[in-house]
Design a binder for this molecule. Structure first.
Ligand SMILES: Nc1ncnc2c1ncn2[C@@H]1O[C@H](COP(=O)(O)OP(=O)(O)OP(=O)(O)O)[C@@H](O)[C@H]1O
Length: 721
């Protein structure tokens, strides 16, 4: 007599807890009994589900106390056999029991077990032991298994496809090449993600490997800057690209490099340094490396970062592994390379040189090392006395140069063709024009592509400012000094805000940790110096706040560009104190914003919240407490009087904690509500409605970008009237 174990057991390849009480009737119907004792006419096939009411009579035996033994079955019986055995785990059998049927008024025909009355000896000697339910597997182990109830084989195969492709390509370059040869028709992409149409990339004739990478990232089409520069980049031309922040400049130079490496591997398996990408910050270097690695993940491309703040020994070890691409900051790169002729020689043979955020590289702290690196890269080697000696440039390939930034000098184009400076190094006030002259473009006329919109700000970014009457400000992201970060972080922590700092004096390891934690938590705040202003691509940054105004339009553009990236919406808000009005005017001037930047709608300036409460009250057909709604002046007075009160810091902290633990009650809202009558569940509606803010009583959830749009629309319609 077989029985179905009522335990949670995991098979080697799939997990599916058996719980009879929750199984569907379909599954029960599909269960099978594999063995029954034919010798005893009373022993019939039964399901465990039939075993009920066994305790009613004393001579009946509890089903679980019987001497069951496991029936060994091939695994295929349980998994994906011909039959859908959903939930079926193991079989057990028993001999020498009698079964009796009983008709009950409530449950119909039920069965019971009794010790067999037959004198026949037990036939089976070496029977198997009872099945032992296993301990549940640890969580990490469980991830290897699939839940049979939700398992979709097709879906799993699709999700594994890119990795299968990768496995078949990444370990053997030859495989990759031969596969490509066969499959050069890109309509036959191997990746499983069928609903992603990447045909828009076809015009660039990219290898299957790179196309797969783009498909895996769901990059359906090139961004405008990619579209306008890729042909030139792929055809060996030098490119200078200027496009707004978050517009995909990394791949505009990254794809030609990756594509070159993939094709080169087709010809030779020799590992060679192909590209040097210079960036102004360490975080940006790491980000670029990750981005390129993701796109090139179906090929074996070795990319390493050479940045300060990381163990120099480890970087030396990685260099020994012959990277294809080095992404680095000038300082550490020079430190590492200047003392090693072998490295320097490899550098001279690179095929691609990229200066990302080129204009920033000229700022203090970078230009000296950059200048040294460029002179070592030069095909005309400079001796120490500055005399130019024509080096044996034979065998040194002409390299392609890519320069990208959201803020490059507009006069650059004419500067490029100007006569070269004779001096081998950049002077201490390096200008972008000098830099261009030092770069030894291979093209006499590099492609200069400027697609920045008017004002250099991306369309999806809304700009705004708040004029602060006092110097205190409560929200921030970008500040101008490290001291300000150190001051603000503890204050924000007191306010229960998850906040992280980022500035040059934080240890590199901690910087990366903070950046990572900030990336993981969409509600966190990062207080940063301009170290984070350039290039960083952090998902889910919706608001950029200039707690202290940047000193130039360029920095404003880069800071603001940390939001509204890759066609997402975002808001950039300046907190403008009276002392900063001159900087504000300069930014407007730099960005040619004659009308200035719109004020952000806040309490005091507008009556946005009051209007909303009035509207909700109308909808709910209740009367609002007018006294509370219009008593702002009174409240403000009270607050000012309280300003003078001195409490001990500890008391204040405790008080603050207590306050923060309760939802805020905005001015104008009454905590009193009708308990009966017109709207019975008013309190619930206010507190629990999914459209209400959980931290502010009765306040509708809204986004800063929407508030600003509403304000603009309101202004337009009232002007029309
Ligand atoms: N073709 C594409 N389709 C969709 N998303 C893309 C595409 N190319 C790049 N992206 C994404 O757009 C975002 C911005 O890209 P990237 O960091 O290269 O911008 P950027 O122009 O260098 O910005 P910044 O000037 O701030 O450095 C990234 O998240 C990137 O993954």
């Amino acid at each position: 007599m077989p029985k179905y174990k009522n335990q949670n057991i995991f098979t080697k390849s799939k997990k599916f807890p058996i719980n009879n009480s929750t199984e569907t009737s379909t599954k029960r119907k599909k269960r099978k009994l594999l063995k029954a004792d034919k010798g005893n006419p009373k022993k019939k096939k039964h399901k465990k589900d039939d075993f009920i009411d066994v305790h009613k009579k004393e001579d009946f035996i509890d089903v679980n106390n019987l001497d069951w033994s496991e029936v060994t079955c091939p695994e295929s019986v349980f998994i994906g056999g011909d039959d859908d055995m959903g939930g079926f785990l193991c079989l057990e059998e028993i001999n020498d029991v009698d079964v009796e049927y009983e008709e009950t008024p409530t449950k119909g025909n039920t069965i019971r077990f009794k010790k067999a009355t037959s004198n026949k000896p037990t036939t089976k000697k070496n029977k198997n032991p009872p099945a032992k339910p296993h301990e549940p597997l640890p969580i990490e182990e469980l991830s290897k298994y699939h839940d049979l109830d939700t398992f979709d084989e097709q879906l799993m195969l699709k999700s594994q496809q890119p990795y299968l492709d990768m496995a078949s390509t990444s370990h053997s370059d030859e495989n990759l090449v031969s596969e490509q040869d066969e499959d050069e028709d890109d309509s036959n992409l191997q990746i499983g993600n069928e609903d992603i149409d990447i045909s828009a990339w076809k015009e660039f004739n990219l290898s299957l490997t790179i196309m797969n990478g783009l498909k895996a990232l769901k990059f359906e089409r090139p961004t405008p800057i990619q579209e306008k520069t890729l042909h030139a980049g792929l055809n060996g031309r030098d490119v200078i690209g200027k496009a707004e922040t978050g517009s995909g400049k990394t791949l505009a130079f990254g794809i030609p490099i990756l594509e070159y490496i993939v094709k080169q591997k087709k010809k030779s398996s020799e590992k060679q340094l192909v590209a040097l990408i210079l960036t102004p910050t360490r975080e940006l270097a790491i980000q670029i490396k990750n981005h390129l690695q993701n796109v090139g993940k179906f090929a074996t491309i070795n990319i390493m970062t050479v940045v300060g703040g990381m163990a120099i020994q480890k970087q030396k070890r990685l260099l020994e592994k012959n990277p294809n691409i080095i992404v680095g900051t000038p300082g550490r790169l020079w430190e590492l390379f200047s003392e090693n002729d072998e490295y320097l020689n490899a550098l001279r043979h690179i095929r691609f040189l990229v200066l990302d955020e080129a204009d920033r590289m000229l700022e203090a702290g970078h230009f000296k090392e950059l200048s040294y690196i460029l002179s070592k890269l030069s095909r005309n080697r400079h001796e120490q006395d500055d005399k130019i000696i024509q080096d044996d440039a034979k065998g040194i390939p002409k390299r392609q140069t890519f320069i990208f930034s959201a803020t490059l000098d507009n006069n650059l184009k004419s500067d490029i063709n100007r006569k070269k400076a004779v001096d081998g190094t950049l002077n201490s006030q390096g200008t972008i024009a000098e830099l261009m002259n030092r770069l030894e473009f291979r093209d006499s006329n590099p492609l200069f592509m400027d697609i920045t919109p008017k004002g250099s700000i991306v369309e999806t970014l809304q700009e705004s400012k708040i004029d602060c009457l006092v110097r205190e400000k409560r929200t921030l992201v970008f500040v101008n000094s490290i001291d300000a970060i150190r001051r603000l972080i503890p204050i924000m922590r007191l306010l229960n805000i998850e906040v992280f700092g980022l500035h040059a004096q934080i240890q590199q390891r901690q910087r990366l940790k903070n950046l990572d934690r900030f990336k993981q938590n969409p509600n966190a705040v990062m207080v940063a110096s301009d170290v984070a202003a350039r290039g960083l691509d952090i998902p889910l940054v919706e608001h950029v706040i200039h707690y202290q105004l940047p000193r130039s339009g360029d920095i404003y553009i880069h800071r603001s560009g940390r939001t509204a990236r890759a066609r997402n919406e975002g808001i950039s808000l300046m907190l403008c104190s009276p002392e900063e009005s001159s900087f504000y005017r300069k930014i407007c001037q730099d960005l040619k914003k004659a009308k200035g930047i719109a004020n952000f709608p806040i309490d005091g300036g507008g009556n946005h919240d009051d209007e909303w409460f009035k509207k909700v009250a109308e909808d709910l057909e209740v009367d609002l407490d007018d006294e509370l709604l219009f008593n702002k002046k009174e409240t403000n007075k009270g607050r000012q009087n309280n300003d003078g009160a001195k409490y001990k810091i500890q008391t204040l902290k405790l008080q603050l904690k207590e306050l923060l633990s309760q939802p805020l009650v905005p001015r104008g809202v009454s905590t009193k509500y009708l308990t009966s009558g017109i709207v019975r569940d008013l309190a619930d509606r206010l507190l629990n409605s999914s459209s209400c803010n959980s931290k502010i009583l009765g306040m509708q959830k809204s986004k800063a970008t929407e508030d600003l749009k509403l304000k603009k629309n309101y202004k337009k319609t009232s002007l029309k009237k």
